[in-house]
Design a protein around this ligand. Structure first.
Ligand SMILES: *Cc1c(COP(=O)(O)O)cnc(C)c1O
Length: 394
């Protein structure tokens, strides 16, 4: 029997660092959403990424929620959000009853298009509306056009939040993603490049970082006021990371660089072996950026004889996991009423089955496949995947 191949699965350190930290938590009875592992994990990640403050939370989604609150997003505020992403990026906007406006991608990075963002600012300026935040994603580890986006945000004086859930370890001009915006978030969910079994971190890069981090910590621990009794003046959340979870995270952080190396190797392997197939192309990576290659994503051009669903199905039959590229948020029924800004003038549905439209991100979705990118994959596994894929071309 051939082994199942995962898209991306947890990969604990060969050295067993995670268990050592967990054992220490047990030995000292710090089985709580606070303790040495939590504090050290925050410090270690902040040090690694070069950011002033990091706050460990129960999930990346919670970190996005806290970032939105920290920049002052509240009811009816507008937030410009990348459309091509996982719903966890956008949902917290709704937790605050704010209004997401989705922004199209560019072809160069698949992430937020600076052109479309500029169009959005112009459109909303005419309505007399200034968004409260811009929410950018570095999809599959691939860096967005961060300098251009930052410049636009500065011009309109709107804070930038970077969703680096998928791009931990990726660098843009040598600087880690998640550290450019006023706030950045990372995730340690089970499928991410490193995992704590579930968890996330808020990176605070703005001025008064210590003060802002303290405020988030306050909201994330039930908004408890400093009094002997339980005193509350604001609505709080139970969003802190457990000390056990943080122990796993600390162990994983030690192997982050190693995992990035392997992910990049997987990307290069696929590129080397599949790039000559007719109509196939790879997620473009800009020069001067170093992607963590969390998932290798490909495109099957309109003219390609193989359809994405055929490839996913063929791999599934061989017990290999792959999946479509994220379905853009502006195409999701739950966000049907939301505005969407694209550089394409006329939008129309191009695929009845999936609902994909001719926006840039709609086309990326329609033509995209995420290849199995599990760091536990062996040379034989990679060969097996490539063999099945090549067969589809006859
Ligand atoms: C995984 C993910 C999140 C959410 O992280 P969780 O830790 O699972 O809450 C947010 N945004 C993107 C783009 C993600 O891939």
């Amino acid at each position: 029997m051939k082994q199942h191949i995962f898209l991306a699965s947890p990969h604990m350190s060969e050295e067993g660092y995670e268990l050592e930290y967990i054992k220490e938590a047990f030995d000292t009875n710090w089985i709580a959403p606070l303790g040495k592992n939590v504090t050290e994990f925050e410090k270690e990640l902040a040090m690694k990424l070069g950011t002033e403050k990091a706050v460990a939370l129960s999930a990346g989604t919670a970190a996005i929620h806290m970032a939105l609150k920290a920049v002052g997003v509240s009811q009816s505020d507008v937030v410009f959000c990348q459309s091509l992403t996982f719903s966890a990026t956008a949902n917290p906007i709704l937790y605050e009853k704010a209004v997401p406006v989705f922004i199209d991608s560019d072809k160069e990075t698949w992430n937020m298009s600076p052109t479309a963002l500029e169009l959005a600012f112009e459109k909303y300026k005419k309505k007399g509306i200034k968004p409260k935040a811009v929410l950018l994603v570095h999809l599959y580890g691939n860096c967005a056009q961060i300098e251009e986006i930052l410049e636009i945000c500065k011009k309109y004086q709107v804070p930038l939040i970077e969703d680096a859930a998928e791009s931990l370890g990726s660098t843009y001009h040598g600087k880690y993603t998640g550290t450019f915006g006023d706030y950045g978030i990372v995730s340690f969910n089970g499928n991410k490049i490193i995992t704590s079994s579930g968890g996330g971190m808020l990176l605070v890069n703005c001025e008064d970082a210590a003060e802002k981090a303290a405020k988030v910590l306050y909201w994330a621990t039930q908004a408890r006021e400093p009094a002997l009794w339980y005193q509350h003046t604001e609505i709080g959340y139970n969003y802190r990371m457990s000390n056990i979870v943080a122990g796993i995270g600390r162990g994983q952080l030690k192997v982050l660089d190693k995992r990035v190396e392997k992910k990049r190797y997987i990307f290069e392997y696929y590129q080397r072996n599949l790039r000559d197939l007719d109509g196939i192309s790879f997620m473009p990576i800009q020069s001067d950026t170093r992607s963590n290659c969390w998932l290798t994503a490909i495109q099957l051009e309109e003219t390609c004889q193989v359809r994405p669903m055929d490839m996913i199905e063929a791999l599934r039959e061989a017990d290999i996991e792959s999946r479509p590229v994220w379905k853009p948020m502006h195409l999701q029924p739950v966000f049907a009423d939301c505005d969407f800004i694209s550089q394409m003038e006329k939008l129309s549905v191009i695929d009845e089955e999936t609902g994909a439209d001719n926006s840039i991100c709609g086309q990326i979705f329609k033509q995209g496949v995420c290849m199995p990118s599990d760091t536990k994959m062996t040379e034989e596994d990679l060969e097996r995947v490539c063999c099945i894929v090549k067969k589809l071309w006859g």
